[in-house]
Design a protein around this ligand. Structure first.
Ligand code: AMP
Ligand code: ZN
Length: 730
C-alpha cells in the first residue's frame, strides 16, 4: 500500500503521488519570529516532520522549505501601540527589529532540534524576499487579477473562479463584513492586500513600483515556496487555522500567477489545546518548550505526547498527560536498553522471523494510513511485549524510529551506568533469592531503589535500571503519589509550616505574613510549604511571593486535592525537623514556635498545638484549654518529622478537612504518643472559610462521610481514650 494522506482540498484521504516519481517538494508555513514559538506551534511542525519522515521512509527525496516570518510581517501599528511587551521592551533597549528576529529564529531552530524535527532544506526569511513578492504582485496586476489603489495592491477575488475551494468559504457569502475594519479602498470586501502603502511614520518599509510600502499577509509564502520549489508543490502543511484566509489566499494568488495546481496535497494539523481552548499566546494558555524543561521534562516527552494523537484530532495538553508520556517513553527506553544487553550477548545478527515481519508490516501500514502514528506506537508496544527475540525487537525499533524520531536506540552508550555498590546489592539479592530468602532479598531491592535503581526479574534474568526520578516534576503533579517523598532525608531546616490552600488570598496572605513574622523563620531556619489547590482562582501572586521570599515554597497540583492528599504533598516535601500543619484562618500574633518546640522535645509527646479536643464517646468533641487531650485540631498541629516514618502519611480518603486531624491524632496515640494542648500560644483564629463557605447540606454531607470513616476505624478501640484522671490534670 502506498502512503495515503488526507487532502484538505478534496476532503478525502488520497494515495500520495508526487509530480515526479522520486522527489517531493514540500512547504511548511513557519513561525513568526518576534516571540517564542509555543508547543502548539511545535505540534504543527511535528506533524510536518512525521509526514516528511514517512515520505523519506517511502524512498522519496524530500525538499522541504519552511519560511521564517521575520520583521517584514511585523505590523507597525502593533509596535506603535506597544502591544507586544517583549518587542516594545527590546526596542526600548535599542535592539533593532532584525536583532529581535535573529534572536527568536535561533530559539526556534533550537526548539526544533531539541524535539528531533529534521531541519528544513531551506529556511527562507521573508525580509530577504521582498523583490520576489513585488514581482508576483506585478504579474498579477499585469494579468488582471489585481488592482492598485493609492499605493496599495489588492488581489481581486472575483477574478479567480476557484476562490473558496480550499476552505469552503465562498467569497460572496461569507466574507462580507468579516473584517473588523473594512478597507474603503477595496473594490470588494473579500479582496486581500498583496502590497500595502506605508503610512506616515512607518519605519519598516520597502520601495516598490507603487511607492514605499510593505507586503500583504499571504504573499510571502507564495513568493518563497515558488522561488525554492517552483510553482507546483506536492505538499503544503500548516495548522488548521492556516486554511483560511492564509492558504486560501496563497492558493489564489499563486495559481492566478502561475496556473494550477499550486499544491497537490494540502495537509493541516489540528490544534493543541489547553484548558479546552486552542493554545495561543494571546489566550494566555501557551507553554514554550523551555517551560516544560523548567518543570523537569525532556523535550522528547512532548514529541511522545504528540505521537499519541492523530494529527487530525485535537489534543488537550495537560501536565498529567505529559507526565504519562514521559513515563511511557522512559519505560520503552528501558526495555530497549534491556534488549541491547541481551542482543549484545547473542552476536548473531538479527533476522526477522515471520512475526517480526508482521509487526513491521503493521507499523508501516499504520504510518501509510493517513499518518496514523498513534496506531504505529501501539504496534511498538505490542512488539515490545511480544516474545520476539531481543535482537529482532531491536532491529524493528531501529526501523520504526526512522519515523518516530524518538532517538530510541541512539543513547545506548549514554545510558546511566549501574554503580558498583548497587551492582553488589543486586548480586547479593540474586544469591538470597536462590536460597529463597525473599524477605532479605526484598530489603536489598529497597536499598537499591533508595539509591535510584529499580531491580526487576526479566525472563532472561535479573535486570537493573535507573528509576525515573520524578523529583523534578514537582510543580506539575496530579496526585500526592506523583510527589517524591523526602521524609527519609535528614532535616535541612528546623521548622516547616505546612499549609493547604484553596484560594481566599487575603486569608493566605494574612496567615503567611504573620507566620513569617512571628515564628522568626529566618532565625530558626524555617520554611513555609504551601500546597495550592486552587491556582486558577488567583493571578500567580503566590508564585510571586515565593520568588521574592525564599522561605516560602509553593507546590501546585494540576487540580484541587482533597485535604488529606494536599497535606500529604506538603508532608512529603517538607524538610524541617519539626512540622506544623496550619490552617489559613489562623494568624500568629507572637512567637508560637518556641513553646511548641519545647513541648515536642519530650519524647513521650507526639503532637502539640493550641486547640486540643476531648471526647467521651468519639462522637462529641469539646475544645480543651490545656493538658493532655484526645486529639489536636488541624488549625495548628505540630509534631516531629521523624515520626512520619512511623506514623505514616495522612489518610487521603479524608477529602474534607473534618476528622482528618482526629484520625491523625489517634494514629499518634495508637503508637503510644501523647497529644498535648498548650493553652496560651499567641495564635488567633479568624473565620474558617473551609466551613463558612459551604452550604449546610454540603458541610453535612462531607462531614458525615469523614465522621463515619473515623468512627469505623477508631470506634471499637475505646481504650485509646485518655483516662478521666489525665484529662483533668492539665
Ligand atoms: P503562527 O505563529 O500563529 O503563524 O503559527 C505557526 C504555526 O503553528 C501555524 O502553522 C499554525 O497553524 C500553528 N499553530 C498555531 N497555534 C497552534 C496550536 N494551538 N496547535 C497547533 N498548531 C498551532
Ligand atoms: Zn504560510
Amino acid at each position: 500500500m502506498a502512503l495515503h494522506i488526507f487532502n484538505t482540498l478534496t476532503r478525502r484521504v488520497e494515495p500520495f503521488v508526487p509530480r515526479e516519481p522520486d522527489r517531493v517538494r514540500m512547504y511548511t508555513c513557519g513561525p513568526t519570529v518576534y516571540r517564542f514559538v509555543h508547543i502548539g506551534n511545535l505540534r504543527s511542525y511535528l506533524m510536518a516532520d512525521w509526514l516528511r519522515r514517512a515520505l523519506l521512509a517511502e524512498g522519496y527525496a524530500v525538499q522541504h522549505v519552511k519560511n521564517i516570518t521575520d520583521v517584514g510581517h511585523m505590523r507597525q501599528e502593533m509596535l506603535d501601540r506597544g502591544e507586544d511587551k517583549m518587542i516594545a521592551a527590546a526596542l526600548a533597549e535599542g535592539k533593532t527589529p532584525a536583532d529581535i528576529a535573529a534572536f527568536y529564529t535561533a530559539a526556534f531552530l533550537r526548539d526544533e532540534e531539541r524535539i528531533n524535527i529534521l531541519p528544513a532544506t531551506v529556511y527562507p526569511r521573508a525580509t530577504e524576499h521582498i523583490a520576489e513578492m513585488v514581482e508576483i504582485a506585478e504579474r498579477l496586476l499585469a494579468n488582471g487579477h489585481a488592482y492598485e489603489v493609492g499605493g496599495n495592491v489588492y488581489f481581486a477575488v472575483s477574478s479567480f473562479a476557484p476562490y473558496g475551494r480550499l476552505s469552503g468559504n465562498l467569497p460572496r457569502e461569507l466574507l462580507e463584513g468579516v473584517r473588523a475594519e473594512a478597507d474603503p479602498l477595496k473594490r470588494n470586501p473579500a479582496d486581500f492586500a498583496l502590497w500595502k502603502a506605508a503610512e506616515p511614520g512607518r519605519t519598516l518599509k520597502w520601495d516598490s513600483p507603487w511607492g514605499p510600502g510593505f507586503p500583504g499577509w499571504h504573499i510571502e509564502c507564495s513568493a518563497m515556496s515558488i522561488k525554492y520549489l517552483g510553482p507546483h508543490l506536492d505538499v503544503h502543511t500548516g495548522g488548521v487555522d492556516n486554511i483560511f484566509p492564509h492558504h486560501e489566499d496563497e492558493l489564489a494568488q499563486s495559481e492566478a500567477c502561475f496556473g494550477p495546481p499550486f499544491v497537490g496535497y494540502w495537509v493541516h494539523g489540528q490544534h493543541l489545546l489547553a484548558d479546552g481552548l486552542k493554545m495561543a499566546k494571546s489566550t494566555g494558555n501557551a507553554y514554550t518548550l523551555d517551560d516544560l524543561i523548567a518543570r523537569g521534562f525532556e523535550p522528547l516527552d512532548l514529541r511522545y505526547l504528540c505521537l499519541t494523537a492523530h494529527y487530525r484530532a485535537r489534543l488537550n495538553f495537560t501536565f498529567a498527560a505529559l507526565r504519562a508520556a514521559r513515563v511511557a517513553r522512559w519505560r520503552l527506553q528501558q526495555r530497549i536498553w534491556d534488549w541491547v544487553d541481551v542482543a549484545n550477548s547473542a552476536p548473531d545478527g538479527p533476522v526477522l522471523g515471520p512475526s517480526g515481519e508482521a509487526a513491521r508490516e503493521r507499523f508501516w501500514a499504520a504510518v501509510r494510513d493517513d499518518l496514523h502514528v498513534p496506531r504505529a506506537l501501539g504496534v511498538v508496544w505490542q512488539m515490545a511485549s511480544s516474545d520476539l527475540a531481543p535482537g529482532e525487537k531491536l532491529a524493528l525499533v531501529r526501523d520504526f524510529d526512522r519515523v518516530l524520531g524518538l532517538d530510541l536506540t541512539r543513547d545506548v552508550a549514554a545510558r546511566p551506568k549501574v554503580p558498583a555498590d548497587v551492582a553488589a546489592l543486586v548480586a547479593e539479592r540474586a544469591g538470597l533469592r536462590a536460597r529463597r530468602a525473599y524477605g532479605v532479598a526484598d530489603a536489598l531491592r529497597e536499598r537499591a531503589r533508595a539509591a535510584g535503581f529499580v531491580v526487576g526479574d526479566a525472563p532472561w534474568g535479573m535486570r537493573v535500571r535507573p528509576a525515573l526520578r520524578p523529583d523534578a516534576l514537582v510543580g506539575c503533579f496530579s496526585t500526592a503519589r506523583d510527589v517524591p517523598s523526602r521524609v527519609d532525608e535528614p532535616p535541612a531546616r528546623e521548622l516547616s509550616i505546612l499549609l493547604h490552600v484553596y484560594g481566599w488570598r487575603a486569608d493566605v496572605e494574612r496567615c503567611v505574613a504573620s507566620v513569617l513574622r512571628a515564628a522568626d523563620l529566618g532565625a530558626c531556619n524555617g520554611e513555609v510549604v504551601v500546597v495550592d489547590s486552587q491556582s486558577e482562582r488567583d493571578d500567580g501572586w503566590l508564585d510571586e511571593l515565593a520568588t521574592h521570599e525564599p522561605r516560602v515554597r509553593v507546590l501546585r497540583p494540576d487540580h484541587p486535592l482533597g485535604e488529606g492528599e494536599g497535606r500529604n504533598v506538603a508532608l512529603k516535601q517538607a524538610l524541617g525537623r519539626t512540622l506544623v500543619l496550619m490552617d489559613t484562618s489562623v494568624e500568629a500574633t507572637g512567637d508560637f514556635v518556641t513553646p511548641l518546640l519545647a513541648a515536642l522535645a519530650d519524647d513521650a509527646i507526639g503532637v502539640a498545638g493550641p486547640w486540643g479536643l476531648r471526647s467521651h464517646n468519639l462522637r462529641q468533641f469539646e475544645e480543651a484549654t490545656g493538658g493532655e487531650v484526645d486529639a489536636m485540631q488541624l488549625y495548628c498541629f505540630a509534631f516531629r518529622r521523624e515520626r512520619v516514618g512511623e506514623i505514616g502519611l495522612m489518610d487521603e480518603k479524608f477529602r474534607y478537612y473534618r476528622h482528618v486531624d482526629l484520625d491523625y491524632s489517634f494514629r499518634f496515640r495508637d503508637r503510644g504518643y501523647r497529644v498535648v494542648a498548650l493553652p496560651d500560644l499567641p495564635l488567633v483564629r479568624h473565620e474558617h472559610r473551609g466551613w463558612e463557605e459551604l452550604s449546610h447540606e454540603e458541610r453535612d454531607k462531607r462531614s458525615r462521610r469523614n465522621f463515619y470513616r473515623f468512627l469505623a476505624r477508631w470506634g471499637t478501640r475505646y481504650d485509646l481514650r485518655v483516662p478521666e484522671s489525665a484529662q483533668h490534670s492539665g
